[in-house]
Design a protein around this ligand. Structure first.
Ligand SMILES: Nc1ncnc2c1ncn2[C@@H]1O[C@H](COP(=O)(O)OP(=O)(O)OP(=O)(O)O)[C@@H](O)[C@H]1O
Ligand SMILES: [Mg+2]
Length: 226
């Protein structure tokens, strides 16, 4: 019994978390959320509702003022700097503002998280090619990422987040600049990752990507879950 309880524990557990940005912007107010291992969760809500803030708390880019955040069984508030780095190796993040390296090529941007993990060059080449193919970006692989359109940069950010098949994928407005066709490619990529075990949280305004799916959707309103 104890073992199965451990197995079924939430992969992400947010308990009564408040985040205030200096001096007095309350981005999240006493929110709680559990995400199971292997779940795909859509996080919705109007602009300014606190979606990106919640994702930043999950990857320890920001710290909460109050409350508990557990990711992969670790209480993030108790982690030392090197332990945060270890935890972040299990997390892939596609940032809302991409955070790509503009002078590096598309290939180099996507390969970077695998290089940080000292993966063999052949494995890196194969995985990056597979991802760029699946997002129809192979023909741009040797271009500096800064020369790409926003939709192309968004795909680079998504491929980079997915490249290590992270245990937790956080995607912040991943289809904001994409047309219907490319949105489908991105969602297929997420489903493929999810099938191989990744837990996925997607912050989005795009109702088309969760309507008609069986995945859970939660909505933030002014820093609160309704
Ligand atoms: N670094 C910051 N400093 C101060 N205030 C911030 C900061 N980041 C976010 N905020 C504020 O916190 C609130 C929540 O912002 P957040 O970016 O989490 O919203 P969001 O739901 O992701 O919005 P969007 O849909 O526009 O991306 C907003 O009022 C925002 O202005
Ligand atoms: Mg946001």
């Amino acid at each position: 019994m104890t073992e199965s309880t451990t197995e079924n524990r939430a992969f992400v557990d947010v308990v009564k978390v408040t985040k205030v940005y200096s001096p007095d912007i309350v981005a999240l107010q006493n929110i709680s959320l559990s995400v199971d291992r292997g779940e795909i969760l859509f996080l919705t809500g109007m602009s300014g509702a606190g979606k990106s803030t919640l994702l930043k708390l999950l990857c320890c880019m920001e710290r909460p003022n109050k409350g508990l955040i557990e990711v992969a069984g670790r209480d993030t508030g108790k982690l030392k700097k090197n332990e945060i780095q270890e935890l972040r190796q299990q997390i892939g993040i596609a940032y809302q503002d991409f955070k790509i390296l503009p002078r590096h090529t598309v290939f180099q941007n996507v390969a970077m998280p695998m290089e940080v993990m000292y993966k063999p060059a052949r494995e890196i080449r194969d995985r990056v090619s597979e991802l760029l193919d699946s997002l129809q970006m192979s023909h741009k692989k040797d271009l500096p990422a800064g020369k790409l359109s926003r939709g192309e940069q968004q795909r680079v950010a998504i491929a980079r987040a997915a490249v290590n098949r992270p245990a937790l994928l956080l995607a912040d407005e991943p289809t904001g600049n994409l047309d219907h066709e490319v949105t489908k490619m991105v969602m297929n990529l997420f489903l493929d990752l999810n099938n191989s075990g990744s837990t996925i949280i997607i912050a989005t305004h795009d109702t088309s990507i969760y309507e008609g799916t069986s995945h859970r959707m939660v909505k933030l309103e002014h820093g609160l879950f309704n």
